[in-house]
Design a protein around this ligand. Structure first.
Ligand SMILES: *Cc1c(COP(=O)(O)O)cnc(C)c1O
Length: 496
């Protein structure tokens, strides 16, 4: 029996929309996030996953969530996304080092895991537009802590019927991340640095999404917004795929036996990646514990330890900037689930967060968090994780993956359960921090010199994404204050 999955808001009890409508809208009208009305069970046994390619796994998982897409539509999206944009046919290879399995999610165009979903989102979005008879140009509005921006720009560049505007914190991303964004080609791409941090950028974007007035002005001019942020279910669903794929590969390589449970450790910021792992578990994938790894912005660690979410704290700029986040948007979907799918309770807590900067979950809700375990790494522990794994195995981690690696050694390894660590970026994306962790005397070198040195010491050649920006021209230099974001969008689109 093929019952279509509907997507409803986490904050009210409406009838819900189809998957393609949820992808187009990004955010529900009431400010809530779209969630599936049920989490479908995997129809294949975990064993059957062993024989599947990445694309086959993607189809098997995504068809269950995107149930209003035809087979042809979904295959078109999958085939368009997971092709030779990735530098390996495996798409997401697993590398075993010192007993842990690093799931390398950084083989796409922009060498970070955001490519896993953002390579397919433009296909899902334009297919959804076609299915729903949308005539307006879709304006992708995105706030980025560094990696989403570039991956979204690369995905949407010159895609007909779309344009994309990316806001990033001017002083809150790595030099390589910034260079990747401001050199982006494509007539429909716009990049804006804001004076403010990631949370400011994200808040500004959400406000524009909520503005009925702006939506009206846009519509009259032939535009409508959508989101490439990880709140879009078109981001979330493709991320479930690689957990199923990882399980299949481990079985195929006989690293695990049939039905054996695995742990996953996920370096976490906006809670999108780990939420996808949670959905995978709820689909029936044999996952034991989900380890949520934070950097010094450890709001999630504190939440899992105490049941209280408190964003009223200093925002710390760390060497893992894509996790420098105090408001983890996707946590709302977990809150919804552990509240027994109560839109009233979720709304109440999210309003408390917006108003008072904090909320506390009930005992009953806490009891439903048993699937999770949280840890964090300080800056020193992050550096030590990079250095020690390099010294023991020659394998070089990026700073985000290093946070997860620290939590693996501190917590996950001790369970005796085989563990997959989500490896979310290439070390080449954060070369300076990575090389400094290995040997502080590298610090005098220039960014590209450092990349060459990294190639020497790791034996991994400099990826195309870095080669491309060595000499690329700066094409974007727009900046604005965090209070001027809407005006900037109006200027870009020529709205009055
Ligand atoms: C975005 C990002 C993260 C955090 O992922 P979330 O889904 O936001 O939790 C971790 N590492 C890297 C390299 C990222 O780009």
């Amino acid at each position: 029996m093929d019952m279509e999955i509907r997507y409803k808001s986490t904050r009210s009890n409406g009838g819900g929309v189809t998957a393609s409508q949820a992808i187009l809208k990004g955010l529900a009208d009431d400010g809530g996030l779209f969630v599936p009305d049920r989490i479908p069970a995997l129809e294949m046994s975990a064993d059957e996953l062993a024989g599947l390619s990445y694309k086959e796994t993607a189809y098997e998982v995504m068809r269950l969530f995107l149930s209003d897409f035809t087979k042809e539509e979904l295959m078109y999206c999958i085939n368009g996304a997971y092709d030779d944009k990735f530098d390996t046919a495996e798409i997401a290879p697993i590398v075993k080092r010192d007993g842990a399995f690093y799931l390398e999610l950084f083989h796409g165009k922009t060498i970070a895991f955001k490519d896993m979903a953002l390579s397919i989102l433009p296909y899902l979005m334009t297919t959804s537009a076609k299915k729903n008879g949308v005539k307006n140009e879709i304006v992708i509005l995105t706030a980025t802590s560094g990696d989403t921006g570039k991956a979204a720009l690369a995905g949407f560049a010159d895609v007909p019927g779309t344009s994309i505007i990316v806001f990033y914190p001017k002083n809150g991303v790595s030099p390589i991340q910034e260079k990747q964004m401001v050199t982006q080609k494509g007539k429909n791409t716009h990049v804006v640095g804001i004076e403010g941090n990631f949370d400011d950028a994200q808040t500004g974007v959400k406000e524009m999404f909520h503005s009925k007035e702006l939506a009206g002005v846009m519509d009259r001019a032939g535009y409508q917004f959508s989101s490439a942020n990880s709140i879009n279910i078109g981001r979330l669903v493709p991320q479930i795929v690689y957990y199923a794929y990882a399980y299949g590969r481990l079985l195929e390589k006989k690293e695990i036996s049939s039905g054996e449970k695995i742990n996953v450790v996920v370096p976490t910021g906006n809670f999108g990646n780990i939420l996808a792992a949670y959905y995978a578990k709820n689909m029936g994938l044999p996952i034991e514990t989900l380890f949520c790894a934070s950097n010094e912005n450890k709001v999630l660690f504190d939440f899992f330890e105490t049941g209280k979410y408190d964003r009223k704290r200093e925002f710390i700029l760390t060497s893992s900037p894509s996790m420098d986040i105090l408001i983890s948007s996707n946590l709302e979907r977990l809150i919804y689930r552990i509240s027994g799918e109560s839109a009233e309770k979720t709304r109440e807590l999210m309003e408390a967060l917006a108003g008072d900067g904090e909320y506390r979950i009930t005992e009953e809700m806490s009891a439903r968090l048993a699937d999770f375990c949280a840890g964090f790494a300080t800056e020193e522990q992050t550096r030590a994780a990079i250095r020690s794994l390099y010294e023991r195995t020659g394998y070089v981690l990026d700073t985000h993956t290093a946070v997860a690696s620290h939590v693996y050694y501190e917590k996950a390894r001790k369970t005796g359960v085989k563990t997959v660590i989500a490896s979310t970026a290439s070390p080449y994306k954060f070369t300076r921090s990575v090389m400094n962790a290995i040997d502080a005397s590298y610090d005098g070198m220039g960014d590209f010199e450092l990349a060459d040195k990294l190639a020497d010491i790791s034996g991994v050649k400099v990826p195309q994404a870095i080669e491309e920006i060595r000499t690329a021209d700066i094409l974007h230099n727009r900046t604005c204050d965090k209070t001027e974001m809407e005006q900037t969008v109006r200027d870009i689109l020529g709205l009055r």
